[in-house]
Design a protein around this ligand. Sequence first.
Ligand code: GTP
Ligand code: MG
Length: 447
Amino acid sequence: MNDTIYAPATGAGRAAVAVVRVSGPRAALAVQALAGDPPRPRQAALRRLAHGEVALDDALVLWFPGPASYTGEDAAEFHVHGGRAVVEAVLEALASEGLRLAEPGEFTRRAFENGKLDLTQAEGVADLIDAETDAQRRQALGQLGGALSQRYDAWRELLVQALAMLEAAVDFPDEELPEDVAARARPGLEALEAQIAAALVDASRGRRVRDGFRIALVGSPNAGKSTLLNALAERDAAIVTSTPGTTRDIIEVPLTLGGYKTLLADTAGLRETEDAIEAEGVRRARAWAAEADLRLWVIDAAMFHVKQNNELSVLRSGDWAVVNKIDLVDAYRLEELREILAAQGLKVIEMAARKPDGAEEARAALTSHVVEALSGAEFPAATRIRHAESLVEARTYIQRALSDVGLEVELAAEDVRLATRALSRITGRIDPEDVLDRVFSSFCIGK
Ligand SMILES: Nc1nc2c(ncn2[C@@H]2O[C@H](COP(=O)(O)OP(=O)(O)OP(=O)(O)O)[C@@H](O)[C@H]2O)c(=O)[nH]1
Ligand SMILES: [Mg+2]
């Protein structure tokens, strides 16, 4: 049997109210020891908390008899005054009643083990607690509400149906089955394969909502990358000097654009150099840029030379050229630059990053870009690499099953079984028993 755990559910430090949670078979005894008989289920009661002769606090006490509780076990909450000494005293009292301090995530883990949540919902809880932007909040709430679970369960159902037909063809080859019974599995598998392919495209969006859309500032030394970063961040995050090669380390600044989390990175100016430190900076700049979702190639309008085109090697189609320091050049020169850069297939933005509001156009353009790239991903998208890996695996098995259906029904059935297992892993539900149940209950073979 599980032991009974306790933990503060609210953050450390001074606050109006703090919540201490208890879950497990001894929860009722713990309430009894501190607050007398448990109150009516799920109704707050004001009680004097005391331990032995010592008064601890006046608190609201809530009693959640299992299984109708978050964890599925008997559980209780003490809403105490949020002073450090109060919380400490309550925790000490619970420890001396033989309860154990919970491990991180242990309440939710118990909820999962008791079937209150599946794995994706448990991940939704974690993401909701970590959410910093509106988009992250919406995505996590959808996941907690079972948006992903429903989708994966529906897919699993399709696989089980296909499997039922394949198994019938295998188990009863000599019976009077319609001849095309195995082939009937094909349309469902094809439809599912297409849906998983679409979800994988969606998966990268879901991950970017959760982890942040990554934007790299790259370009020659002295082009004004750090100036642009500071302007967008609205603080002096990076050192700006007129000496080329100022920035060496990657400077990452989180920025919320249009309700989405983004990560903006200032990087070392790209050039050949003998300086070992700067060379390492350039290596890191290239590596970060390669992983980024968007690269802004910052160019000094006065200094740009066509031979800088070797910097193009870090860029990809869809990246942007930011022509900076337009205050230093005339209209003729600007037009010339525009033509050169547009011919490279880059979106061109012009600015004087050092001027007040000089980066506002870039901010607006970035905001609409990020919103367009990520919107629609909140519901429901695979949000973790774990999900994407299992989806890729399931898809591979389905493709293999499809190519085997006409030839080796037994092999196709095995592949569908493996695909089911891959999908079940996402929600943490692996029970091949119910596949068998389906096979025999749903498929009438006239016996
Ligand atoms: N005239 C003018 N000068 C600018 C502008 N933006 C930046 N500068 C100046 O250009 C110089 C270099 O700016 P930085 O932002 O440090 O350039 P960087 O690209 O980060 O340079 P490295 O870190 O060496 O790669 C500084 O003296 C800035 O003040 C601009 O819009 N107009
Ligand atoms: Mg710099």
